[in-house]
Design a protein around this ligand. Structure first.
Ligand SMILES: [Zn+2]
Length: 456
């Protein structure tokens, strides 16, 4: 790959001062220099004129369920528990083909919103329906995003006091074997890694204490990270109090599920003490404001968490509870939720950008490699065209975060490789990818109907 020079660009590097007119020098998959003024003369370099553009680190998505691309627009006016109860058995009908189409479309959609790294939390593995984990990994390779799939799981069905029907849960020993195999097969711990696997039992109301404990031991023995849903709704808190006699964060503490290698999705219903525990233990969280709003789950205490030193990243969450949600849009949604709750100084545009980049990188344990534009980091860069309509906004970072419509994406680089150019995916045929996502939806509905399940 020839060197790349991006020049005449407004740089918002997240770490260090902004530079109104500067350059980025990329060699291979790394940033080798970021600075003010014109780029150096580098023979053979691909020169990108960034006039009228804002350069930011690529956005990092730290919570998703890509398979849900195939079940969007259903159970529209329900709480989390009602929504899950309506959808579990539809999801039980999915196969590798559904996951492949859904994941491709979901990841392509994320790339078009400036995302260069995405995690995914896949926790339903119906038997005899192909290799679902491999299917989403194949999709990520094709689209060209850095991928952190989490091997999810559920082992506590309704007969054991859990929320999901027994048909969608797996046995503990099967889960641990499959999770270990996923890590051994796919996890790449290298600096430049395009794929790292996490261990991710689904939630306190669908997983046994034994699975949580065993999963933590497995992840720590293999040096990978831990992820689960936590404190998303008050229904969950009531469930935990009733079943285990503890609130969610206390329960996690008992199970050994706090620490710098853990990040939770949502973390909405936290006490002051919970926030302090997150800060003290280095436990992260993925804020998913659109999903939280859609399900009426609540508003996370993000500005208080940041103020007290707890790490927060962003996530779009699964598409079935956040239809067609862009990651750039979640910066705005996060900012507006915090301001609606705490007032206009609760979250700045730059803080929203920071949680969407460096905060996400910390959740995934990649703050050394990702999340800011600095020499030595991986060349994951979003170049936003803020020179046309957005040029009427004096501050380009404000234009990016405050605007309802994302500024055009001039370029998206992942490890120096162009994935998006002028709002078009360059790695795959964009329209085909989108249509395959629609076909995945129709296929899932057909498969579910064949098993006698439907939802509207
Ligand atoms: Zn989720």
């Amino acid at each position: 790959m020839s060197p790349t020079l991006i020049e005449n660009v407004h740089l918002a590097p997240v770490v260090g001062p902004e530079i109104p007119s500067g350059h980025i020098h990329v060699e291979g998959d790394r940033i080798v220099a970021v600075g003010a003024g014109p780029a150096p003369d580098v023979p053979g370099a691909d020169r990108i004129d960034g006039t009228g553009c804002l350069a930011t680190p690529g956005l990092v998505n730290t919570h998703h369920h890509l398979y849900q691309w195939a079940s969007q627009g259903l159970a529209q006016d329900t709480t989390l528990f009602e929504w899950l109860t309506a959808l579990y058995q539809v999801w039980a009908a999915m196969d590798a083909e559904v996951v492949r189409g859904a994941a491709g479309a979901g990841l392509g959609y994320l790339a078009l919103s400036g995302c260069t790294t995405s995690s995914d939390h896949h926790y339903i593995f119906p038997k005899g329906r192909g290799d679902l984990f491999a299917a989403e990994i194949e999709a990520a390779r094709e689209v060209g995003l850095r991928f952190h799939p989490a091997r999810g799981s559920m082992d506590r069905g309704r007969s054991q006091g859990g929320l999901p029907p027994d048909v969608v849960v797996e046995r503990l020993d099967e889960i641990l074997d499959a999770t270990a195999e996923a890590v051994d097969t796919y996890h790449d711990p290298s600096f430049s890694s395009m794929l790292r696997v996490a261990v991710a039992p689904c939630s306190p109301f669908s997983v046994s204490a034994e699975l949580m404990t065993e999963a933590a031991a497995l992840a720590r023995s293999k040096g990978v990270r831990l992820h689960t849903h936590l404190a998303e709704t008050l229904d969950e808190e009531e469930h935990c109090l009733r079943q285990v006699g503890q609130r969610p964060v206390d329960y996690m503490e008992k199970l050994g599920w706090l620490g710098p290698d853990v990040w939770f999705a949502h973390a909405i219903h936290l006490s002051d003490g919970d926030i302090d525990v997150f800060a003290q233990t280095g436990t992260g969280s993925a804020h998913c404001p659109s999903s939280n709003g859609r399900l009426g789950a609540g508003i996370a205490r993000v500005s208080e968490m940041l103020h007290r030193g707890a790490n927060v990243g962003l996530g779009v969450d699964g598409s079935a509870s956040a239809e067609l949600t862009s990651l750039s849009g979640e910066m705005r949604q996060a900012l507006l939720f915090q301001r609606a709750r705490y007032g206009p100084t609760a979250l700045t545009a730059r803080q929203a950008l920071e949680i969407a980049t460096l905060g996400g990188a910390r959740n995934l344990g990649r703050e050394e490699e990702l999340g800011s534009l600095e020499a030595g980091k991986l060349a994951d860069i979003a170049l936003w065209r803020t020179g046309a309509f957005a040029s009427a906004v004096a501050d380009p970072v404000c234009a990016l975060v405050f605007g309802t419509r994302q500024p055009p994406l001039a370029r998206l680089l992942v490890g120096g490789r162009t994935v998006v150019e002028d709002d078009e995916l360059r790695t795959v045929a964009q329209d085909e990818l989108g249509r395959a996502g629609g076909e995945a939806h129709r296929r899932l509905m057909r498969l579910a109907a064949e098993q006698g399940f439907g939802v509207s």
